[in-house]
Design a protein around this ligand. Structure first.
Ligand SMILES: Cc1ncc(COP(=O)(O)O)c(C=O)c1O
Length: 468
């Protein structure tokens, strides 16, 4: 039986947007204050049995989701600008994805890749080496989460190069396991009370141009943030010969959608190459079309040595991967990588389908067009509302940083919280981000219908107008 809010087959999306209306129900449809009574009951139950460390951004309990629409347990329908933090890029419960999951579940759910080989894992490894930047030989391995992808990328570098130290960035986020958390450059909430961390990690400022740590302006700065590494870090803190990798997000996600200037990664890569240091690019949040190209690093014309990926890879099933140069992967000691569930057959079959759909439906190109439209709308909002300090991002991965005033740039987390609360009451799910929790980021499914995208932006603008 089709759900009430059935999402059109992806092949018909363009048609649905331009030719017909595809029988679209009224969305959003808010019938109770949010949280409604049933949502609240279940959130109270969660508060009793689940630790608060497992945080909750939006006080709502979801019953089902299709396409870009979420329905809560009180019958409210909401437009989704979160995609479960950039995961369901092809929309929730998309028919082809659901069919793939069911087909694979009828054949093989688990055998463990260490016990017996199976085709979806091997086929996915091959596809990932083909669709990632760089024509050189590569290998791929699968695990379950973004954090694990980072853990394994570091393990590969340490074992393959014998170099143990790592450079990471302030304001970064790489996950919640110990190495991933250690590499994370934001203290509260991710690291509070959790020290000591893994040894061998050194931090350097990122290209957060709006709040340049060197108080300079691009391009006159000459990428001072990159050269801080060789001019300062390598002189005062760590011997470059002992550094295995620089770990970087191509656009900082949790950090507030910070996209470095166009020549940043070329400069960073050449500095890394000069010292024999590998570049690990964390595409966990940016990969699979989120920035209008399959990989965000493609915008920068750089071919990383290692790419970590997760989130949108399997549109909601737990899966992540590490793709690295063959020379780094080929001699890794047998048994030192992997895990019981890593590269589960259903998740791998789904990832193969995700790649097929992304290529067939030209999702990255569609996302790029969405990005241009969103950017125009956000830039117009910047012209009207003084508390928007900056609009930034890459492709449709866009965000607004809120400030008390544009002169002092004093972060204004309160205003961003009020806007998000107002959006929720009007039927729009949004996410925040940023070192100061004052950034609202847009993470709609990349397949969202134009009508829902426009309505969502209208709700967002009305809330910004009210508070900013
Ligand atoms: C850039 C980046 N790396 C790593 C992670 C960690 O992924 P996971 O939560 O799947 O462990 C995230 C999660 O948001 C992320 O955005």
């Amino acid at each position: 039986m089709k759900p009430a809010l059935f999402h059109p087959p992806l092949g018909l999306l363009t048609q649905a947007n331009t030719i017909c209306r595809w029988n679209m129900p009224k969305v959003p449809n808010v019938v109770t204050p949010i949280p409604g009574p049933r949502s609240k009951e279940l959130i109270d139950l969660r508060s009793k049995y689940v630790p608060p460390g497992v945080y909750l951004v939006q006080p709502v309990t979801i019953k089902e989701s299709h396409g870009a629409v979420m329905t809560d347990v009180d019958g409210n329908t909401l437009i989704d600008f979160t995609s479960g933090i950039g995961v369901t890029s092809l929309g929730h419960c998309t028919e082809e994805i659901v069919d793939t999951i069911c087909d694979q579940a009828h054949k093989l759910i688990h055998s463990c890749i260490h016990v017996a080989n199976y085709e979806p894992y091997v086929a996915l490894a091959k596809r990932l080496t083909e669709i990632t930047p760089g024509k050189f030989a590569k290998r791929a391995m699968m695990i379950n989460s973004g954090s694990e992808a980072i853990e394994n990328a570091v393990k590969i570098v340490r074992q393959a190069t014998g170099r143990k130290n790592l450079i990471s960035f302030e304001n970064s986020f790489h996950g919640r396991t110990y190495m991933a958390m250690t590499l994370t450059g934001k203290w509260d909430p991710y690291k509070v009370g959790l020290d000591p961390f893994v040894p061998g990690v050194y931090f350097t400022p990122y290209a957060y141009c709006y709040r340049c740590p060197f108080h300079q302006e691009y391009p006159a700065c000459g990428l001072a943030c990159v050269h801080h590494i060789d001019k300062s870090l390598f002189k005062t803190q760590v011997d470059p010969k002992t550094v295995g990798a620089i770990v970087a997000e191509p656009v900082q996600g949790e950090g507030g959608f910070i996209a470095p200037p166009p020549d940043y990664f070329k400069e960073l890569k050449s500095l890394a190459d000069e010292h024999g240091i590998k570049l690990i690019i964390d595409e966990v949040q940016t990969g699979f079309g989120r920035t209008g190209k399959m990989w965000a690093i493609e915008h920068y014309g750089v071919e990383p040595d290692i790419i970590a990926m997760a989130k949108a890879i399997a549109n909601g099933l737990p899966l992540s991967a590490v793709v690295a140069r063959d020379e780094l992967m080929k001699d890794i000691y047998p048994g030192s990588l992997g895990g019981t569930y890593g590269g589960n057959p259903i998740a791998c079959a789904t990832a193969l389908k995700v790649i097929e759909i992304m290529e067939r439906e030209k999702i990255p190109q569609r996302a790029a067009a969405m990005g241009r439209k969103l950017r125009k709308r956000l830039d117009e909002m910047y012209g009207k509302y003084d508390k928007i300090g900056e609009v930034r991002g890459l492709g449709p991965m866009l965000a607004m940083e809120f400030v008390a005033d544009r002169e002092t740039k004093k972060p204004d987390a309160e205003t961003s919280s009020k806007i998000m609360k107002e959006c929720l009451q009007k039927g729009l799910m949004t996410l925040k981000a940023g070192l100061y929790n004052n950034v609202i980021r847009l993470h709609p499914p990349l397949t969202i219908e134009d009508e829902y995208l426009n309505t969502g932006m209208d709700i967002l603008e009305a809330a910004v107008k009210k508070y900013a």
